[in-house]
Design a protein around this ligand. Sequence first.
Ligand code: BGC
Length: 768
Amino acid sequence: MVKTGRLSGKNDSMNQKLRIISIVVAIAFSCSAGWAQRVSKQTQMNEFVTALMKKMTLDEKLGQLNLITPAARTGPFATKNATAKMMDGSAGNVFGVLGTPSSVHSKLSLADSSRLKIPLLSGLDIIHGYKTIFPIPLGLSCTWDSTLIERTARIAAVEATAAGYNWTFSPMVDITRDPRWGRVMEGSGEDPFLGSIIARAMVKGYQGKDLKDPTSLMACIKHFGMYGAAEAGRDYNTTDMSRLSMYQNYLPPYKAAVDAGAGSVMCSFNEVDGIPATANKWLLTDLLRNQWGFNGFVVTDYNAVQELIAHGVAADYKQAAQLSLSAGVDMDMVSESMIASLKDLLKAGKVSMAQIDAACSRVLEAKYKLGLLSGSARQFDAARAAQVTLTDENKSIAKLAALKSFVLLENKNNTLPLKKNTHIALIGPFANNQREMFSSWVIAGDVKSVVTIYDGIRAKASETIYAEGSQVNDDTITIKKRGGSFDSLKQQRMIKEAVDAAQKSDVIVTVLGESSTMSGEARSRTDISIPHCQRELLKALKSTGKPVILLLLNGRPLTIQEDLLYTDAVVEIWRPGTEAGNAIADVLFGDYNPSGKLTMTFPRSVGQIPVYYNHKNTGRPYLGKQEYVSSYMDQYNSPLYSFGYGLSYTTFKYSQISLSDTLLRGTKAKLKATITVTNSGSYAGEETVQLYLNDPVASVTRPVEELKHFQKVFLKPGESKQVTFDITANDLKFFNSNLKWDWEAGRFVVFIGGGSDMVKTAGFVWEK
Ligand code: BGC
C-alpha cells in the first residue's frame, strides 16, 4: 500500500510537471501564434494601404485629411459645398450628417461618385447615447460602474452604426476641477484613477471586440490635452500647469483610452506649455505617438487649425496648416486650411510628401480597420436600424443608468422615500419637459421618446398636480448675451400658481437647476447657483410649511448651500436621458434606493474654486482656529460635498480597518486591507466602498489622499460583508520630479469609507 502510494505520488508529481510544461508550451505557442497573427494582420493592412495610396493623386490624398460638416450644429460655421466635396473626393470624411437612416445613408454614399470610391469616415457627437439617451457622462460616472458604462457605449454604437455612422467623438476624458467650465458635464469628473477606468470602458463599449464588426464605432479620445484646466473655467481659455501635474493628474485617462485601443484622438483647442495643442509636437508626436505608442490618427477640433492665427502662433492659414501637420495632426476638422495649402507648402519645401503620406495612410488605416475598405463589411441595413434602436432592452439600461447616476445629497428626517398615496405638487420649469431631460450634446436623440418627470411620477401617484412655477433664468447679462427673456409679472403669477398647488398637497417635489443650454460647450458661468428666479420660487414653496424635495437638474456641481435652507431632501439627477421620469419615480417612492457617489466636488461658493479632494497639504495646513494658515477668512476650506459623497435611504457602518501586515518589503509584497461594512438602516442598498492612500513623506509633495481602489457591495438591512482590497507597490507609485513613475519607501496611510471625507484610517510601512 505504502509503496503504491509512494509510487503513485511520484507519478502524480511527474504528471503535474508534464501538465505544467504542456500548459507553458501551449501558452507560449498561443502567445506567439497571437503575435504572429497580429503581425500578419498589420502586414496585410500595410500592403493594402500602400497599394491604395499608389493609385492616389496628391489631391485625393489631401482629401483624406479633410473633415467637413454640412451643418453648423456644434461650431461657428458649416462647410460650403459639402455635397460636391464628398462627391469629388476633396472631403474624405464628414460629420454631423443627420436624418432618417436611409437619408443619412444616401448622404454618406456620396463618396461613391469619387474616382476611387473610398468610403467616408462618418462622425457624430454621440456623447451619451445615439437615440436611446443615457445620463450625461458626469452623471454616468457617479454610478462608479464601468460595466454599465461600457454597456451604454455599446448600445450607442449598435444604434449609431445601424444608421450609418462609423465614428464617434467620444469619450471626453478631460479631468475637470472647475465647475464654472460648462463642459464638465461631458466628462467623468476630477479623479484620474476613476476617469481612467471609465475611459477604458467607453472605448471598449464603442469599439467592441473588433472594429471590423458592423456594430463597432471608432472612438475618438478628446480633448488632448488638459482642456479641462481652462483658466477661470472659461471655455477655450489658456491652460498652464507643470509637467508633473499633467502626468499625475490630467494625462492618465487619455493614456488609458489609448491603451484600450481607441482608433483616434482629437487635439484640444487650448494651449499646452505655450503652444496650442493643434500645433504642439511634444504633445501629439513625442508623447502620444513616441512615448505612448498611439497608432491611430489625430484629428483637430472644430476649425482649430485656423484658430492658430488668433492664438498667435501662425501668421496665416498656410503657416497654421504647416505647423499642424508638422506637429502630428492627420485630419483638419472644418477649417480646410490643410486642403487649401498643403500643395503649395509642398512645392515650397515647407512640408514633405512623407508627412502627407503618413497622415493619409493613418486615415486610410482607420478605414481599413473599420472594414470600410473591404466592400461588403459595412453595408447599410435599414431593417437592423429599426430592430436595434430604442428597444425595450436599451431603455431598461437607460433607466438603470439613470437610477444609478442619481446622488442623494440631503435627506432630513428621512423625507424620502415617499409613500405611493402621497399627494404631490410637482413644480418647476423642467418638471414636465422632454427636451430638458437631454443635454446640449444630444444631437440625434429622439425627444418624443422621453418619459417626463411628470409622467413618470403620475404613473405611480395619480394624485400629482403640476405647476411650472418659474421661468428658467432672469440673469440680465445671460439674456443680453445669449437671448431669451424674463417677465417679472408673469413670474409672480407663476409663483402664486405654484404655491396654490403646493398648498393642496402633502409634499412638494420641485425640479430646479439649469436648462440644457446652460452647460456644455461654450457655456461657462461665473455664478453657478440655481438662477435667482428659481430660488425665489423655492423660498415661496418652503414658506408653505410643506416638506420640499429638490430634484437638481444640471450639468455641473452647483453652489447650493443657501438652497439647503429651503429644502428637506435634495437629489442630484443630472440630465437623466430617455427614461428620466421612470427612474425618478422609482427613487422618490423607494422602489430604488439611490447609490450614486459624486465624482466632482461641490463647492460651498464660487470663491473656493478650484476645490477638489486630492489636493496638496501646503506648509501651513488649516487644522482649526489658527492664524497664518492656509484658509479663507470668510469661508470654510472644506467643500459642501466632497468627491465620493452620496447618501442612501439606509445607513452603512464601517468597522475599523484590519491590515494583513504593517511592515512590508519589496515590490512583490502584497497588503490586504479589510473592512466590514454593515447595513445599519432599514432599506436594502448598494454602497461604493472606496480606498484612498496617502504618502506623507516623499521626494515631491503628494496629495492628502488619492483613490486607489473601490468595490461595490449590496447589503440587506442588518447584513454585513467583509470587503478586502489588495494593495501592491504599484498603488504607491507616482511621478517623481524626473517624471518617472515609481514608489518610494516609507510610511503610508490608508483610508477606507463611503466617500473621500467619510473614512476610517490605518497606517503601514513599506520598505524597498
Ligand atoms: C467640440 C468637440 C466636438 C466637435 C465636433 C467641437 O466644437 O469641442 O468636442 O466633437 O466640435 O462637433
